[in-house]
Design a binder for this molecule. Structure first.
Ligand SMILES: Cc1cc2nc3c(=O)[nH]c(=O)nc-3n(C[C@H](O)[C@H](O)[C@H](O)COP(=O)(O)OP(=O)(O)OC[C@H]3O[C@@H](n4cnc5c(N)ncnc54)[C@H](O)[C@@H]3O)c2cc1C
Length: 359
């Protein structure tokens, strides 16, 4: 097996936070080696500054160490690494001929895990995202200010500050944190939203940190977050798509999807049947595990996008003090969260249903 990556040890990979519940659901055992900071939960903050706190433990990760951990696992499993950009993966008989620069590889199965661009699958005529137009474009900064990274909660602002998704504050420990905006429906240049959020964030924290104006921006990352797009066509003869490329958003769920995809690919290759029909088992297994979670996630984001700031304020006011996270299955949690939402704003549930039907 060969793992080809244009930037195998990339220093600027975006995702660096993970919630324990998500990791558990995805069957991931979090390893201490890549935890940079442990957080007690999250706070959702409405446009007028009302907050609801959710006690969901999470982590800020050392992304370089996370990548090293998984590269080591791959190496131990006998995977060979190749640095280079895959140009194409054309079907020839029952194989794909992959070109990486001057290098030719004849592969039984190619898995495109190239992130939101999904460039390999798209070139082969697949559209692996169902709603590509709904990718959230993001800009995230590493910032530094004495003590800022020691806060105990992730903070997520919703509403027109970052339309369609969220603006984030993630404490990385000590003096480090990240600030980001994730915007849907406003194109890829989200810098104006980032500037707006930066001023808002400084004003919000100014009573807590007297020297807020001294906060330094150390570096910036940009990219697309496929949070609400849903998978589209993710298998063809001898070709599969996983992770961000397939609209399977988030670190934990992308890792889980990659595992399902990899095991179906290995079994199909061993049986010498890598036809679309055989590889379609991956779609069935993924659907069984995740389809409704993703559908509900998309529906709630569509609802959020359609809400005006005063409505979001009312929703958050109604939710504060209610129990949003409980023990138990995902279905039970969804019902409880749905009930809490319904109590505070009955139309939200109707909006969710409408979005679910629209798909
Ligand atoms: C700014 C930002 C912050 C985010 N923060 C979080 C977060 O904190 N937590 C979270 O869970 N999710 C987060 N996300 C979402 C998350 O990044 C994605 O869901 C996740 O990275 C998808 O992982 P992936 O491995 O599929 O794709 P990627 O992480 O994008 O990796 C794709 C890889 O493919 C390689 N590649 C691309 N094209 C080719 C080619 N032609 N040939 C060879 N190699 C190629 C790239 O070099 C890269 O290494 C964030 C997204 C953004 C944009």
């Amino acid at each position: 097996m060969i793992l080809a990556d244009a930037d195998l040890r990339g220093a600027m990979r975006p995702a660096n936070t993970l919630f324990e519940g998500m990791a558990r659901t995805a069957g991931i055992n979090i390893d201490d080696s890549y935890i940079q900071n442990q957080l007690e939960g999250m706070q959702i903050i409405s446009p007028s500054g009302l907050a609801v706190t959710i006690p969901a433990p999470g982590y800020f990760l050392d992304r370089r160490k996370l990548d090293d951990y998984y590269l080591r696992l791959a190496q131990d499993a006998g995977v060979a690494f190749l640095t280079g950009s895959v140009q194409e993966a054309k079907l020839q008989g029952t194989r794909r001929v992959v070109w990486i620069g001057e290098e030719r590889i004849d592969a039984r199965v190619v898995i495109d895990a190239s992130g939101v661009a999904g460039s390999i699958a798209c070139r082969e005529g697949l559209e692996p995202m169902r709603h590509r137009e709904d990718v959230a474009w993001a800009m995230e900064a590493d910032v530094e200010l004495a003590g800022l990274g020691d806060e105990p909660l992730f903070q997520y602002w919703i509403g027109s500050i970052s339309p369609g998704w969220k603006a984030t504050f993630s404490p990385a420990g000590g003096d480090r944190a990240t600030l980001g905006v994730f915007v849907r429906g406003h194109g890829q240049n989200v810098q104006p939203f980032f500037r707006g959020f930066l001023s808002r964030f400084k004003a919000f924290k100014s009573t807590q940190y007297r020297d807020m104006e001294k906060m330094k921006i150390l570096s910036i990352r940009r990219g697309g977050d496929p949070i609400a797009v849903l998978p589209g066509e993710i298998v063809a003869d001898s070709l599969m798509v996983a992770g961000g490329a397939a609209g399977q958003s988030g670190l934990a769920y992308s890792i889980r999807a990659g595992r399902i995809c990899g095991s179906v690919a290995a079994q199909a290759a061993a049986k010498r049947d890598v036809s679309r029909r055989s590889l379609y088992r991956y779609v069935r297994l993924w659907n069984r595990e995740f389809y409704w979670q993703y559908r509900m996630g998309r529906a709630s984001l569509q609802t959020l996008s359609a809400m005006k700031d005063p409505e979001i304020d009312r929703l958050v006011r109604g939710l504060s003090g209610k129990r949003l996270i409980s023990r138990g299955s995902f279905a039970r949690k969804a019902v409880l969260a749905g009930a809490a939402t319904a109590l505070s704003r009955p139309r939200t549930v109707l909006d969710l249903a409408r979005n679910l039907m629209r798909g």
